[in-house]
Design a protein around this ligand. Structure first.
Ligand code: FAD
Length: 292
C-alpha cells in the first residue's frame, strides 16, 4: 500500500487527485491537503472583478467532492515541506507522512516586491477570487465616478494573458455603460512588445493584439518597469532594447490591475535541492524533482 499526498486543490491539484485515484491500486490511499474549503476557477476571476460574476458563482466546496471520490481531504495549510523525511508539517503542528508527494501549491503572488502594488496597496488583482471579489465592489464605485485606468503586468511577471483579458473585459464593460469616452486606458507591461505574452508571441498575437488595442484606443508602454505605486500615481521606467532608461513616466490612475511576479509559496522557500532561490520546484522532463 502506498500513501500518495497531493498538496494544493487548484486547477493543478484537483485533476491530479482524480487521475491519481483512478491510476492507484485499490489499497493505496490518495490524500489532498489544501488550505481552503473551496476550489475556485481562477480564469473566471476577471469577470468577478467587474461584477459579471459573484465570487460564489465560481467556487465549489471541496469536501463533498473528495468524499464522493473516496479521496482523503485535509483542510490545513502546509507550514513546511520536509522532503528528506517524507513528511509535510501542517500549521496545527501535526505532520503527514507520505510515500509519494505531488506539489500543486500554485504561485505566491509577489506584490511585496514593488512598493504600493497589489490589493494591500493601490492596485487590484484578479489572480485570486479573494482579491477579485473586493475589486468588484470598488469597480462599482469607479464606474460611478470614472477616471484613467492602468492595466498590465510588472517586471518579473510570467503570466500576461489575464492582463489583456481583463483589459478587454473592462473596456467592454465601460462601453456597455456608455462611459468609455470618460476613461483613458493605458496598458503597461514588461513585455518587449504587445502580444509577446512571455512566449515571444503565439502565432500572430503581435499583430492581432496591437491592432485590437489601436481599434479600442488603448495606449501602451512596453519594456516597462514599475518603480512604485502611490495612491493615484504609478511611477514607471521605460527601457530600451539594451535595458537603458528611455523615459520616466508618472501615470495618473483611478483604477489599476497589475499582474505581479510569481514566487514559490513560503512552505517551499529555501529547501535545498527541492527549490530554486525563488521557491520554484526544480523538476526534470517528467516534472519529478531529481533529488527527492
Ligand atoms: C485571471 C487568470 C486567468 C487565467 N486564464 C487562463 C486560461 O484561460 N487558460 C490557462 O491555461 N490558464 C489560465 N490562467 C492560469 C491558470 O489559472 C493557473 O495556471 C492555474 O490556476 C494554476 O493552478 P494551480 O493549481 O497550479 O495553482 P492555484 O490555482 O494557485 O492552486 C494552488 C492551491 O494550493 C493551495 N495552497 C497553496 N499553498 C498551500 C499551502 N502551504 N498549504 C496548503 N495548500 C496550499 C491553494 O489554496 C490552492 O488550493 C489564468 C490565470 C489567471 C490569474
Amino acid at each position: 500500500m502506498a500513501k500518495i499526498v497531493i498538496v494544493g486543490a487548484g486547477i493543478g491539484g484537483i485533476p491530479m487527485a482524480f487521475e491519481m485515484k483512478e491510476l492507484a491500486r485499490k489499497e493505496d490511499e490518495v490524500v489532498v491537503i489544501a488550505d481552503t474549503p473551496t476550489f475556485h476557477f481562477v480564469p473566471s476571476n476577471p469577470w468577478v472583478g467587474v461584477n459579471w460574476r459573484k465570487p460564489d458563482d465560481i467556487k465549489v466546496p471541496l469536501a463533498p467532492v473528495f468524499k464522493k471520490k473516496k479521496i482523503t481531504f485535509i483542510q490545513q495549510k502546509v507550514a513546511r515541506f520536509h522532503p528528506e523525511h517524507n513528511h509535510v508539517a501542517l500549521e496545527d503542528g501535526s505532520t503527514v507522512d507520505y510515500d509519494y508527494l505531488i506539489i500543486a501549491t500554485g504561485p505566491k503572488l509577489a506584490f511585496d516586491e514593488i512598493q504600493g502594488l497589489g490589493p494591500h496597496g493601490y492596485t487590484e488583482s484578479v489572480c485570486h477570487v479573494d482579491h477579485a471579489g473586493p475589486a468588484g465592489e470598488r469597480w462599482q464605485q469607479f464606474v460611478d465616478d470614472p477616471g484613467p485606468i492602468i492595466i498590465g503586468a510588472v517586471q518579473g511577471a510570467s503570466c500576461f494573458g489575464p492582463a489583456y483579458e481583463y483589459m478587454f473585459i473592462v473596456e467592454t464593460d465601460l462601453r456597455k455603460r456608455q462611459i468609455r469616452d470618460k476613461v483613458k486606458i493605458t496598458y503597461v507591461t514588461s513585455e518587449p512588445y504587445i502580444g509577446h505574452l512571455g512566449l515571444d508571441g503565439v502565432g500572430d498575437t503581435k499583430g492581432m493584439l496591437e491592432s485590437e488595442l489601436r481599434n479600442k484606443h488603448i495606449d501602451w508602454i512596453c519594456n516597462a518597469k514599475v518603480d512604485k505605486v502611490e495612491n493615484g500615481t504609478m511611477y514607471v521606467t521605460e527601457v530600451d532594447d539594451n535595458g537603458q532608461v528611455k523615459k520616466q513616466h508618472e501615470l495618473p490612475f483611478k483604477h489599476s490591475m497589475m499582474l505581479p511576479a510569481f514566487k514559490g509559496v513560503d512552505a517551499l522557500l529555501g529547501i535545498e535541492k527541492l527549490t530554486n532561490p525563488r521557491g520554484f520546484v526544480l523538476v526534470d522532463d517528467y516534472q519529478r524533482n531529481p533529488t527527492f
